[in-house]
Design a protein around this ligand. Structure first.
Ligand SMILES: [Zn+2]
Ligand SMILES: [Zn+2]
Length: 243
């Protein structure tokens, strides 16, 4: 059993994503009741149909950062669009955010070849605004996991342990098996990981129970789990905070 307190959830959605059902305030208040120190808002970027517009992210800085015991981080879940690792927020928006998650979603990029999926991840890792690969565990998008885990370590990009990937109703086929492989590779290569809830309702904010259990079962070293360490959170997410 890890004897560490969970300090952060970087993967959450608000009504801004339009298929999520709680406001930013409800999410933050719930994070407070859990005793989280950092709450990261990461609504879907605009390439996902029927979600946000680009202006949504340009205006995020009106939301206060300081909520008492909880600090809000302004992020986005960007969509990887092609094998070049292109994402759907650009250089006018990304510098205004604290971080970006990058993810492959079936409705923003169709599966093609193993090599294409591998280069999509390899290239997006080199984007300096991307801090986390979100749920890189979709069985419809096979790729060279070992090469990606090594590249992520080199560029300081975290691999997410996504709580939704481990639920019995997970919608990405093979997610649990692929996540298990990723945890083993990250352990071997010593690539840090981060637990993310992918909450689409406030009662799921900070929910990392299944992820934590998977990491424990595989004897993943606590010193590589960013959620547990203030100094690592600072290194990855708080270095260049805007006011
Ligand atoms: Zn996602
Ligand atoms: Zn998400």
């Amino acid at each position: 059993m890890y004897n560490f307190k969970d300090l952060i959830d970087i993967h959450t959605h608000s009504v801004g994503s339009r298929h999520a059902y709680s406001t930013v305030t409800e999410n933050v208040m719930y994070a407070k009741t859990l005793g989280l120190k950092y709450y990261g808002l990461s609504d879907h970027a605009p390439a996902m149909p029927f979600t946000t517009a680009g202006s949504y992210f340009l205006n995020l800085n009106i939301i206060p950062r300081d909520w008492g015991e909880v600090t809000l981080l302004r992020g986005a879940e960007c969509n990887i669009l092609d094998p070049h690792g292109k994402i759907d927020l650009g250089f006018e928006t990304l510098p205004r955010l604290d971080y970006a998650l990058a993810a492959i979603h079936r409705n923003c990029m169709a599966p093609t070849t193993y090599d294409d999926h591998t280069s999509a991840y390899m290239n997006v890792i080199e984007n300096p605004f991307v801090k986390v690969l979100a749920h890189p565990d979709d069985g419809r998008f096979p790729y060279d996991m070992e090469a990606v885990v090594r590249h992520a370590k080199e560029y300081g990009v975290l691999i997410e342990v996504n709580e939704c990937s481990l639920k019995s109703n997970a919608y990405r086929p093979g997610a649990k098996e692929n996540l298990t492989k990723l945890v083993k590779l990250c352990k071997e290569i010593k690539t840090p990981m981060i637990l993310g809830s992918d909450a689409h309702f406030h009662l799921n904010v900070g929910e990392h129970k299944l992820g934590r259990k998977l990491l424990e079962d595989l004897d993943f070293p606590a010193e590589l789990i960013v959620n547990f360490h203030e100094d690592m959170i600072r290194e990855y997410f708080l270095k260049n905070l805007r006011p």
